[in-house]
Write a protein that binds this ligand. Structure first.
Ligand SMILES: Cc1cc2nc3c(=O)[nH]c(=O)nc-3n(C[C@H](O)[C@H](O)[C@H](O)COP(=O)(O)O)c2cc1C
Length: 132
C-alpha cells in the first residue's frame, strides 16, 4: 500500500513514499542481496571524520537471531513486528583507538535513514522502533 506524503512543494520520491506501516506480509522474505543493499546504503552515510559508527545486528525471520531481537521489543511492537521478514538493531561504536567517537548517535541516525530510504528504493517498507 502507498501512502505518499502530502507536501507543499514536490520532494524526492524516496522520501515522499516512505512511511511506517505495521501491516506486514509474513509470507514475504527479503533476499540476501536486499539485506546487503540495506547495509551497504547505511555504510555510505556521512559521519563525523568518516568514523562510521553505525553497526547492525541482523535477524532474518525463522532464525534464532530474529527471535532474540523480537524478544527485546515491548509487547505492542512484538504484536506486529513478528511478521517482519527482517529485524535489525542499530548500535553504535562509541570509542575507537583515538578515544571517544564524536557524534556517534547522530551517525547512527544518518546511517539508519539511509537504510530506510534504500528499503523504499527496493520496494520494501521499514518501520523503526524504540519500544523495547
Ligand atoms: C526513533 C524512532 C522510534 C520509533 N519507535 C516506534 C515504536 O516503538 N513503535 C512504533 O510502532 N513506531 C515507532 N516509530 C515510528 C514512528 O511512530 C513513525 O515514524 C512516525 O509516527 C511517523 O510516521 P511515518 O514514519 O509513517 O511517516 C519510531 C520512529 C523513530 C524514528
Amino acid at each position: 500500500m502507498r501512502k505518499p506524503a502530502v507536501t507543499s512543494v514536490p520532494i524526492a520520491a524516496l522520501m515522499a513514499e516512505r512511511w511506517s506501516p505495521r501491516a506486514l506480509d509474513s509470507s514475504f522474505s527479503v533476499t540476501s542481496d536486499q539485506v546487503r543493499a540495506l547495509l551497504e546504503a547505511a555504510r555510505w552515510a556521512p559521519s563525523f571524520g568518516n568514523t562510521q559508527p553505525a553497526r547492525y545486528l541482523v535477524g532474518l525471520r525463522g532464525t534464532p537471531s530474529f527471535d532474540a531481537i523480537l524478544s527485546t521489543l515491548n509487547s505492542g511492537n512484538q504484536a506486529w513486528a513478528r511478521r517482519a521478514s527482517l529485524l535489525l538493531i542499530g548500535v553504535m561504536v562509541t570509542t575507537n583507538a583515538k578515544g571517544s567517537v564524536p557524534y556517534a548517535e547522530y551517525g547512527l541516525g544518518l546511517a539508519s535513514e539511509n537504510l530506510v530510504l534504500q528499503a523504499v528504493e527496493l520496494g520494501l517498507v521499514a518501520h523503526q522502533m524504540a519500544g523495547f
